[in-house]
Design a protein around this ligand. Structure first.
Ligand SMILES: [Zn+2]
Ligand SMILES: [Zn+2]
Length: 363
């Protein structure tokens, strides 16, 4: 694997890191066209996770959940999600709420100081009513003044949220500021959440107005980008000029990620939308209905690509099915030490190409 280099400046180490674990918090199964434009032959359906991340800063003794997955009671509580899923011929599989997973690992819900929603869509917001009201909710800019987000149902007739999630709870809407001195990372305005360089929240609109991402420092110079719906499929962010598709892909996306396997990247040329230069152009564009603001969305996507091209950052999209057999899941702190051999970034980089199996392997 050729080493990818990037000039992306990342924040300086201030002595603190966070422990980051990932949970598989429910699956969406639906036609691929709900995620991407012009799905490749054979990539007819998606079965994607919706991840939730436990972020622990042991120095300050605080715990954060970034993303809450899908609530187990979605059929009873979220009629708009039921009708949306039915209208596209999809389904949702969720057997446990995030609190069930935390309880099973003896992590008390009262120890969770902050729940952070990347945005207000119901596949990211879980069931906050299961948490004590001492868990504050963090939301992105404009959340409290937009009829689709606040107040929630039934107080807000056009809201996609439930107001019971907010009742008795501190709801903190982020203000990223607008002065020239506002810090930026990859061009996105940033808040140093614990004020110690361990966990940054990033303003990342475009998919929705309130969309944010998080950059978590897992070691002195290594980070994980919790990218939310900044992209929905890795084919939107790879390949690029900074992350070109190599002649030989190893491990092969069709073999186990730890295998000493390989396959030629020329296999994928025939299904690429622009055969020349297919090695530096992403395979997919997101489906149009996922774009709230095209200009903002492009800036957010460019930032995700820049993080992805950095050898110091592992990018995890909330719906990235290609990492399901690459990452270690909660209660392991599976995102700490991702750079150690075998590097999870190297194992996972081209794994999304397995979605094109039927289109390229004439089986
Ligand atoms: Zn979304
Ligand atoms: Zn989503």
């Amino acid at each position: 694997m050729s080493e990818v280099t990037s000039p992306l400046p990342l924040p300086a180490f201030k002595g603190s890191t966070v422990r980051v674990s990932v949970m598989d918090a429910g699956h969406l199964v639906a036609p691929s066209a709900i995620f991407v434009q012009s799905p490749k032959p054979g990539h007819d359906t998606v079965d994607v996770p919706t991840y939730s991340f436990l972020v622990e800063n042991e120095r300050v003794g605080k715990k954060v959940l970034f993303e809450l997955g899908i609530m187990k009671a979605w059929k009873e509580k979220l009629p708009h999600l039921v009708s949306m899923v039915q209208s596209v011929g999809g389904t949702i599989n969720v057997t446990e709420d995030v609190p069930d997973k935390l309880n099973a690992a003896s992590v008390s819900l009262s120890s969770i100081n902050f729940a952070i929603w990347s945005h207000h869509h119901p596949d990211h917001t879980g069931d906050l009513t299961l948490f004590p009201t001492s868990t504050s909710l963090i939301v992105g800019p404009g959340f409290k003044s937009h009829p689709s987000t606040y107040p929630g149902q039934p107080l807000g007739p056009n809201a996609e949220t439930l107001h019971e999630a907010f009742e008795g709870r501190e709801v903190i809407e982020l203000d990223f500021g607008s002065s020239a001195s506002t810090p930026k990372i990859a061009g996105l305005r940033a808040i140093d959440w614990f004020d110690d360089g361990s966990f940054y929240l990033l303003e990342a609109p475009g998919h929705t107005a309130d969309h944010i991402m998080a950059l978590a420092r897992t070691s002195a110079d290594k980070f994980v980008l919790l990218a939310g719906d900044g992209a929905h499929h890795c084919g939107e962010i790879r390949p690029t000029p900074l992350t070109p598709l190599p002649d030989t892909i190893s491990p092969s996306p069709f073999e186990p990620p730890t295998s000493a396997s390989s396959c030629p990247s020329s296999l994928f040329q025939s299904i690429h939308p622009s055969p020349e230069p297919f090695r530096i152009t992403p395979f997919y564009e997101v489906a149009a209905h996922h774009i709230d603001d095209p200009v903002a969305r492009r800036a957010t996507l460019d930032a995700v690509k820049a993080f992805d091209a950095s050898p110091d950052v592992l990018v995890v999209l909330t719906h990235d099915a290609s990492l399901l057999d690459v990452l270690e899941f909660f209660p392991k702190a599976g995102l700490v030490g991702w750079e150690k051999q075998p590097s999870r970034k190297d194992m996972g980089r081209w794994r999304f190409l397995q979605d094109f199996r039927k289109g390229v392997l004439k089986e």
